[in-house]
Design a protein around this ligand. Structure first.
Ligand code: UVW
Length: 340
């Protein structure tokens, strides 16, 4: 195998399987057939918005390093380019114009984690010394460049979120209704729990599907009305068990193209201790994003879709969820649509 970026790949990874320069990972399994199968889920033409308002959760209690969006308004003439009368350009113009700009943490609210979001210290070049590596061997400081690196050309020059945007993020979503089974109790769900939930719904997952997890967490956030209670949130709703090796192997074998959850991090964060001296704090992120190139969606909003699917004894739907085509970003806000 021609692998310019690595001599050894992590155990359980698919690096190189989609080509030495692949930048979309498991999205390669999305194709015309999987999209047509998804479109056959549409019977009524009813749609559901699967995003929170992007100024939720509110504040930065949920995660201190991500702040709520703030708007900026640029100057125009004596005032601003907002409620601006175009008659100042020409007397004949009757228009009133408003523009805005926003400073937004790309992962503040309903989001996609891009493949540049989580890497690992890993000895990809086989010299005995681990380096900062991302999916398919792309390097921290070279391909994913931050303000603390030597280079001034910042951002994800490879594996940026624009690759997900152009991959055509549309396919069949399968919603696993963990809220129905666990309510808002904290439940750490491993392979057995996930299979039990799928069985309870008589649902199955096929290669090319988006696995969607409804836990009620985003509903709780909405109810907190932009004043999230961190302690309540930390002990509420279901999360996946990223330390369950059987669950991680199922993710590999299932052929799912992404996992989209309405909770903070899909998995329990922080996870319990791992094996050995060094291990990922976010083991499911490490398995999915770093090893498989499998994007994670977080803080999605499923309440109304889940009610509809329950009422109609269904689990699957057409999902359309492209991120912003924003070159170099490692994540993106998203406003997904479910169509049934
Ligand atoms: C962290 O980076 C902690 O979380 P996430 O990937 O869930 O946004």
């Amino acid at each position: 195998m021609d692998a310019p970026r690595w001599k050894q790949r992590p155990d359980g990874s698919n690096w190189g399987d989609f080509g030495p320069d692949d930048q979309i990972g498991r999205l390669n399994l999305l194709n015309a057939q999987t999209r047509l199968r998804a479109i056959r889920e549409v019977e009524e033409g009813t749609t559901f918005c699967l995003s929170l308002p992007l100024d939720y959760p509110g504040g930065n209690t949920l995660f201190q390093h991500r702040k709520a969006p703030s708007f900026f308004y640029d100057k125009r003439g004596e005032g601003h380019n907002y409620n601006y009368r175009l008659s100042s350009v020409c007397d004949c113009f009757s228009d009133v114009i408003s523009d805005d700009a926003v400073m937004m943490f790309t992962q503040y609210s309903t989001q996609w984690d891009g493949l540049g979001h989580v890497g690992q210290m890993f000895d990809a070049d086989g010299d005995g010394v681990p380096e900062k590596v991302y999916y398919n061997g792309y390097r921290g400081g070279v391909d994913v460049v931050g303000p603390d690196d030597a280079d001034s050309n910042l951002g994800a020059r490879a594996i940026g979120i624009e690759n997900l945007a152009t991959a055509g993020v549309q396919g069949r979503g399968v919603l696993v209704d963990l809220e129905r089974l666990h309510g808002r109790e904290r439940a750490v769900v491993g392979y057995d729990g996930l299979m039990a939930a799928l069985d309870a719904q008589q649902a199955s997952v096929e290669p090319g599907d988006f696995l969607c997890l409804y836990t009620g967490f985003a509903d709780l956030i909405l109810e907190m009305n932009k004043h999230p209670d961190g302690e309540v949130l930390a002990r509420s709703c279901a999360v996946l068990d990223g330390r369950d090796a059987k669950l991680l192997q199922w993710i590999t074998d299932s052929g799912i193209v992404a996992i989209c959850a309405d909770n903070f991090a899909v998995e329990a964060y922080p996870a319990g201790p791992g094996d050995g001296d060094h291990y990922p704090a976010l083991p499911l992120h490490a398995h999915c994003i770093f090893k498989l190139g499998l994007n994670l969606g977080e803080l999605w909003y499923f309440a109304e879709l889940a009610q509809w699917l329950r009422a109609h004894r269904r689990s699957s739907f057409l999902l359309t969820a492209p991120p912003l085509r924003l070159p170099g970003a490692v994540g993106s806000p998203v406003t997904p649509i479910a169509t049934v």
